[in-house]
Ligand binder design. Structure first.
Ligand SMILES: NC(=O)c1ccc[n+]([C@@H]2O[C@H](COP(=O)([O-])OP(=O)(O)OC[C@H]3O[C@@H](n4cnc5c(N)ncnc54)[C@H](OP(=O)(O)O)[C@@H]3O)[C@@H](O)[C@H]2O)c1
Length: 238
């Protein structure tokens, strides 16, 4: 069976998980080098995935209702987050942007089929051009968009399967809040020595680190694809 089919079946088996949790099932998916870098430095774009792994990313997008990134990724990569290299529907684009730093010219704001949902903790949204819907949520202790509230809102708006594509600050925030359920990682055969995909989780003890279980892996072109469920060893208070 191809890795594409295996991951599709694996994700399908998780589809009902959101119903009891009343929040979307969250899949983290990103590409890193062997040393765990997702780019050279934050703000820089580095295409790490090969052709087949890029197709897998587009397939994954088509298997989720929504796709979420942080505003840092929008500012550096200006991504479209659409399904272009696979047959399927575009997921709902969603951006975490506490201070509304996203420019109205961003490509995410130009889709004809869907408005981009921008989740912010700013009360005064002001005028925003383009195809954008701004949703204001409470800020967390750092003034950033509160993730449990964001997921609850997305669930109410019909998002059951959510793909989180990065960048590092957002990936780390989902892991720290224990709100990521699964991980699909593309590992490109290169060393970058750059900006890591996962920042500090604030956990010192090995026994308390999140685990990936069961864990699956398969080569796809030159890249290694690893995927599995995230298991947390201790409860966090949110
Ligand atoms: N290799 C890959 O697969 C991949 C994928 C994606 C991105 N990237 C790379 O990653 C880099 C960007 O990563 P990044 O870490 O700088 O930025 P990021 O994670 O994309 O965005 C972080 C920003 O999101 C906003 N935010 C709002 N609520 C948040 C919350 N609850 N938790 C965390 N962030 C929240 C914050 O800005 P405000 O405080 O202003 O709201 C924060 O600074 C780029 O260089 C990009 O090329 C690589």
């Amino acid at each position: 069976m191809t890795v594409n089919r295996k991951i599709e079946q694996w994700l399908a088996s998780h589809k009902s998980a959101s119903v009891s949790a009343k929040r979307p099932f969250v899949t983290l998916s990103y590409a890193q080098s062997w040393d765990g870098s997702i780019t050279t430095r934050t703000g820089e774009t580095l295409a790490l995935s090969g052709t087949e792994a890029t197709r897998l990313t587009h397939q994954l997008r088509s298997l989720h209702d929504g796709i979420l990134v942080g505003v840092g990724t929008v500012l550096s990569d200006d991504p479209q987050l659409t399904v272009r290299d696979w047959a399927g529907s575009n997921p709902q684009p969603i951006v975490l942007d506490s201070r509304l730093r996203m420019p109205p010219t961003a490509r995410l704001c130009q889709h004809s089929d869907r408005n981009c949902w921008v989740l912010t903790s700013l009360n005064e949204s002001g005028e925003f051009g383009g195809q954008v819907e701004i949703m204001t949520l409470a800020g967390d202790a750092d003034g950033r968009v509160n993730l449990p509230d964001a997921l609850s809102l997305l669930w109410k708006k019909g998002i059951r399967m959510l793909m989180v594509e990065g960048g590092s600050k957002v990936i780390t925030a989902f892991l720290k809040a224990q709100l990521a359920d699964a991980l699909v990682l593309t590992i490109a055969p290169t060393l970058v020595g750059g900006y890591k995909g996962v920042g500090s989780l604030g956990i010192d003890s090995k026994s308390l680190l999140p685990q990936i279980r069961p864990l699956y892996s398969q080569m796809l072109g030159d890249d290694l694809i690893m995927w599995g469920d995230l298991q947390y060893q201790q409860q966090v208070e949110l």
